[in-house]
Design a binder for this molecule. Structure first.
Ligand code: NCD
Ligand code: ZN
Length: 348
């Protein structure tokens, strides 16, 4: 038995953005998240998408069914906004506790976003209603116009969509999800208390060279795509700097190996198996272990207006190797950090 030279116990964390999929894949991946996190904001980009309270309630039940016996995990559901979204249905779902938030995918921005919103003016009434009732809006912040370079899509989204939206509806709680740029970190830091952001582990670890230098690495491709090194450093400063506006959201997005290693590989990094260890490595490297609990366990509930979790988790400073692949329910999935050694290990 190996003994940890160091260990860290924090209040049980939550994952404020992830993808569980459905069916066999969902059943294979849910335990990884449920083991570490008390709750998770579950993305609605199934095919077809989870657009209504009724669809969200049914999906929630399928997820709860996939949680292994003895694990205490609560999925927090979101509704996928479309040009046709019904404000009354969303408000009823929020009042019932079925829905925790609604999700804005600009049409065409990412995996299964074809039904997304074509112009935010089309959902102006829905957003006003959400602001009135205190229902948070999760935002995939990228413009999708063909003339905007993929590396500029997040920064352009701030100028064209997010800044005007926040100015028009300052009471709306907005989560700028999986931010990838210095511009996004700066925008969130400079905004009022109703604007927060999630940051993924991959955007704290990799830059665009990691995807493209020395051969293309499909398992490091996700959206928004990782940017230049200066942006990674800005995100590390935001995550570890102690601001309550930034919190943990893995964007764990499982795709089977064949769908990633393909002529047209899917966007998405599956980081659920070692999510906490991956984040903690960053806080350790930055000399900010004392700020990890805020980022992982306190800032998210505070922003959403939810209680923090009861209970704790413990990580030990014991090296572990990440497997090359894991079972994804019928096909294998290559996890983030595959084949690497992580210096921390989730203990309990
Ligand atoms: C996500 C997916 O696969 O569903 N992919 C990704 O690259 N992050 C969708 C998303 O969050 O953009
Ligand atoms: Zn996502």
């Amino acid at each position: 038995m190996s003994h940890a030279s160091e260990s860290l116990t924090i209040r049980r964390p939550d994952d404020w953005h992830l993808h569980f999929r459905d069916g066999a894949t969902m059943r294979a991946v849910v335990p990884y998240t449920a083991r570490q996190f008390g709750r998770a904001i579950v993305m609605p980009n199934l095919s077809p998408p989870v657009t209504t309270s009724a669809l969200a309630a049914a999906y929630r039940d399928r997820i709860v069914d996939a949680v292994p016996q003895g694990m205490d995990f609560t999925p927090l559901m979101t509704a996928y906004l479309t040009d046709q979204s019904d404000a009354d249905d969303l408000a009823a779902g929020f009042a019932d506790g079925v829905l925790t938030a609604a999700k804005l995918y600009p049409a065409g921005a990412t995996t299964n976003s074809a039904h997304g919103v074509t112009d935010v003016t089309n959902i102006a009434g829905v957003l006003e209603r959400m602001a009135e009732i205190g229902m948070p809006l999760c935002v995939h912040g990228e413009v999708t116009h063909a003339d905007i370079d993929i590396f500029d899509r997040e920064a352009v989204f701030i100028d064209r969509v997010l800044e005007p939206l926040v100015a028009r509806l300052p009471q709306l709680k907005v989560i700028f999800e999986h931010i990838t740029t210095r511009q996004a970190a700066d925008f969130v830091a400079a905004s009022g208390p109703n604007v927060g952001a999630t940051i993924t582990p991959q955007h704290l670890h990799i830059n665009r060279n990691d995807i493209l230098v020395g051969g293309i690495r499909p398992h490091l491709y996700c959206l928004p795509v990782a940017k230049r090194e200066e942006h990674r450093l800005a995100l590390r400063a935001a995550a570890t700097g102690g601001s309550a506006k930034f919190f943990l959201g893995t964007d764990s997005a499982p795709h089977h190996r064949g769908a990633k290693e393909s002529d047209c590989g899917c966007a998405g990094i599956f980081n659920a198996p070692h999510a906490l260890e991956s984040y903690l490595a960053v806080f350790d490297e930055e000399g900010a272990i004392d700020r990890f609990e805020g980022f992982a366990s306190l800032n998210g509930p505070h922003f959403y207006g939810l209680p923090v979790n009861e209970g704790t988790v413990t990580l030990e400073k014991v090296a572990q190797e990440v497997p090359a692949e894991v079972d994804g329910g019928g096909a294998m999935i290559v996890p983030f950090h595959a084949g690497e050694t992580l210096s921390w290990r989730f203990a309990s």
